[in-house]
Structure formats: C-alpha cells, structure tokens
Design a protein around this ligand. Structure first.
Ligand code: NAD
Length: 419
C-alpha cells in the first residue's frame, strides 16, 4: 500500500494509460472568462495557448491534448481491469497547492466522452474550491463508469483503490455521487490515499454535516453584507432539496430561528423535514419563485438558468448544490436582477475542508473551526466583486486564482534538505 510509502501492485492485473500534460507551475484559466487577461498577465503567458497545437507524432490524440492544455490539466489516467469490469478515469487538474483531492463519482455515463467531460470539469472545480478555501490541496476527481446498483463490487472498488495507490499520493479520493463511506473503507484496504473513511478507521465519516454547517456560515456572511447583521433570525430561507446536506442545513436554520420553507422531488423527504422541524413546504416547480430572503439550492446543478433567474423573488442565493449556474450568462443575469449570489464552491467547501483534516489526523473541533472560515471567504468574495465591479462568480475565481499564483511563486524558493 502506497501513499506516502510508494507503490506495490503485485497481485491485481493493472492496465493504465497515462496522459500527462506538462504543467510547470500550473495555470488555472477557465475558458471564456474575463479574468483571462489579468490572470495571463500575472502568470507570464503560461497555459494552453502557448503550447504547440499539434504535438509531433501524436496526431490521433491532438484534440484531447489540446483540450487538456487549454485548461492546463496535469494528468489524466484511464484505469481498466477486465477481471472486475472496472472502467475509471482519474483527472488531476493541478497540484501546485498540494495533492489533488476530490471524490469518486460512480455513474452510468452514456459514453466515454461524457465520462471524460464530467471528470475534467469536476477536477478543475476542485482546484478552485480548495484554493479558495485556503487548503494546501490541488484539484482532482475520478469517475467510475457503470451503474453502481448493478456493477459495484468489492473487487472492483479494490482494483480501483490500487490504481489510486499507483499515483503515489498525487491523487487522494473521497466519496461522491454513487459512492459511500463503506466504499471508501474498502478502497482504504488498498491505499492510504482516501478520505471520508469511517471514524473507526480514523476518518471523519459523511462530510454532508460539515457542508451544511459551512453553507450556514456562508449565509451569515451574506446576511452581514446585506443587512449589517450575521443573525438569520426571522429571515425567510427556501431550501430546495432536503437530502443529506439540505436536511442538516434546515436543522441549523431552525436553531438560528430562521423561517424555513422546503421542497424536494421526493415527497417523503419533504414530509420528514416538515415533521421533524415544524416548517412549511412548497411545490418543487415553483420553489424558486417564493418571495424570501435567501433561496438555497441544495439538490442538483443548474438551478439558476436564464429561465429561472428572471422568476427569482429572493434577495440572495446561498446553497450547497454544485454548478448552480447553468451557463456563463447566469452570473450577469443575477447581477441585473440584483440578486446576491454566493458562489457555490465557496459556500459548499465545508465537506472538503472537513475531510482534508484527515490528512493530518482528524480532529472535529479543529475541522469545524476551519469550516467556519467560510464566513470570511464568502465576505472576501463579496468584497472583491464590489471593489472590482465584477460578478461574484468571477470574484470567486479571482480569489482562487490569486492564491494559486501567489503560492506557485514560492515554490521557486528552493530548499536543499534532501541532498
Ligand atoms: P442528496 O442526494 O443526499 O440530496 C439531494 C436531494 O435533492 C434529494 O433529497 C433529492 O430528492 C433532491 N432533489 C433532486 N432533484 C431535485 C430537484 N430538481 N428539486 C428539488 N429537490 C431535488 O445529496 P447531498 O449530499 O445532500 O448534496 C446536495 C447537493 O450539494 C449536490 O449538488 C452535491 O453535489 C452538493 N454538495 C454536497 C456535498 C456533501 O458533503 N454531501 C458537498 C459539496 C457539495
């Protein structure tokens, strides 16, 4: 078992294709964002556009390599094992700040391209999330292709764990859609490069409670900016999606004496929240139209679209869902609507902040104290947006990018202990 002790892959047949993209200090440019100019200036023109478009002798992979180069991905690993049926892709976007930590999504993708798209997008998102959260972690993610209800087995997960191990600590995995804490425990038997394992194994368990706690502190930051008071008492919050994070968030909000309305596509989830907390419910299709102080998307992505944004009747949006903005027009649309958007990856970082503590020996009080820093990060993003006259989404990217660039620079200060 490797990480950090090296690699041992003797008993499982391992086949992997390694696609590595040179990333001298890493650059983090999202395509088509107006931060490009500033960022490229600071980075001294590194990144995809400086690379040759057609690497000699590798023409069949030109499109893929161009794509990786455009967003400066470091490495993509395809993992295949006939014995267990494993088909997985691990994407490492950037390791400037530390090992690339991100969950493993187990999902029945319609095609290999779809799986690759997803893992690349998610890996880059993790670079930004961890950078903005002040963590010494890079960004990575993995996907396993298949329906977890049908093909997930112990041997498949453990074969996958050995591929993770083979990366020697460059990638550290965790739970995501389609994987569970029990799965992480199995993977732990093959590698130490896994977080979110059971408490009995020294882990922190399910991260969703920490995520909810962080979202609540993001809401407090927004409240202090908008209303000059961190208290949520009397504020009306509509929570869409009362699964693991949403339910836990509702508990915090009720404790804060907020007025809470919930919705979910699963009636039983709504009933449970209403019964447990004595709160109101609203139909799922019109939840975003409810007049309230804060609308909180805690279900799937793309809750904020050119269709839903004009219908919003809230003052702010603060929720746990990943990828809330359906496309690049949405952040300006929210500005025009005068709705304050607390960027998703800023306020939902509580989970990764919590599991990152496992890497230094999990201590719950210290982890939750770090999660509370989401209050400061959210305020910093809102202030940056205000001071620089940009959307909060762009401000979040700038906060993350600045940290990555500044810390990349210190790696040029060399130490010589090992020699
Ligand atoms: P979950 O699956 O436990 O809960 C999601 C809930 O949303 C379910 O109850 C589901 O029925 C409901 N739902 C699905 N579609 C809906 C819709 N269209 N409208 C309203 N409700 C709908 O997931 P979770 O772990 O609570 O995560 C919620 C969101 O937060 C996801 O986007 C996830 O990626 C994100 N997130 C979660 C964590 C974490 O620690 N779990 C961390 C960061 C981000």
């Amino acid at each position: 078992m490797g990480c950090p002790f090296g690699v041992s892959l003797s008993s499982v047949k391992v086949s992997q294709t390694l696609i590595a993209v040179d990333s001298p200090l890493g650059s983090f440019l999202p395509p088509d964002r107006t931060s490009h100019a500033l960022f490229r200036h600071r980075c001294g023109q590194r990144g995809g556009r400086g690379r040759p478009a057609n690497p000699p002798g590798n023409l069949e992979n030109v499109q893929l390599f161009d794509r990786l180069a455009a967003d400066d991905y470091e490495q993509v690993v395809f993992c295949q094992d006939n014995g267990t049926g494993l088909r997985a892709i691990i994407a490492i976007h950037d390791t400037t700040l530390g090992p690339a930590l991100g969950g493993t999504r187990f999902f029945p993708y319609g095609s290999d391209d779809e799986a690759l798209d997803d893992v690349l997008r998610l890996a880059k998102g993790m670079s930004y999330k961890s950078a903005a959260a002040g963590l010494d972690l890079g960004g990575g993610k993995a996907v396993i292709v298949g329906d977890p209800a049908k093909v997930k087995t112990e041997s498949l997960l453990r074969a996958y764990g050995r591929f993770v191990d083979a990366l020697g600590g460059r990638y550290i995995t965790a739970e995501d859609v389609g994987t569970t804490q029990a799965d992480m425990d199995l993977i732990r038997r093959e590698t130490r490069c896994v977080t979110g394992v059971s408490r009995s194994l020294g882990g922190s368990g399910d991260p969703s409670a920490a995520t909810a706690y962080g979202v609540m502190h993001g809401m407090k930051a927004v409240a202090s900016k908008l209303w000059g008071d961190t208290s949520l008492a009397g504020r009306h919050v509509v929570v869409s999606g009362v699964g693991k994070v949403g339910y836990s968030l509702v508990r915090h909000l009720v404790e804060e004496r907020a007025r809470v309305t919930v919705t979910d596509v699963v009636p039983a989830a709504v009933e449970r929240a209403v019964k447990d907390f004595g709160i109101e419910a609203t139909p799922v299709d019109s939840a975003h139209q409810v007049a309230c102080d804060i609308y909180s998307p805690c279900a799937m992505g793309k809750a904020l679209s050119p269709v839903t944004i004009p219908e919003l009747a809230c003052t702010a949006v603060v929720g746990s869902a990943n990828n809330q903005l359906a496309d690049e027009t949405c952040a300006p649309l929210l500005e025009d609507k005068v709705v304050v958007y607390a960027p998703d990856y800023i306020v939902n970082a509580g989970g990764v902040i919590n599991i990152a503590e496992e890497l230094v020996g999990y201590h719950r009080e210290r982890a939750y104290s770090n999660v509370r820093r989401i209050f400061d990060t959210t305020l910093a993003v809102l202030d940056t947006a205000e001071n620089e006259g940009i959307t909060t989404a762009l401000a979040a990217d700038r906060v993350a990018e600045r940290r990555m660039v500044e810390l990349a620079r210190i790696h040029q200060i060399r130490t010589f202990h090992e020699r």
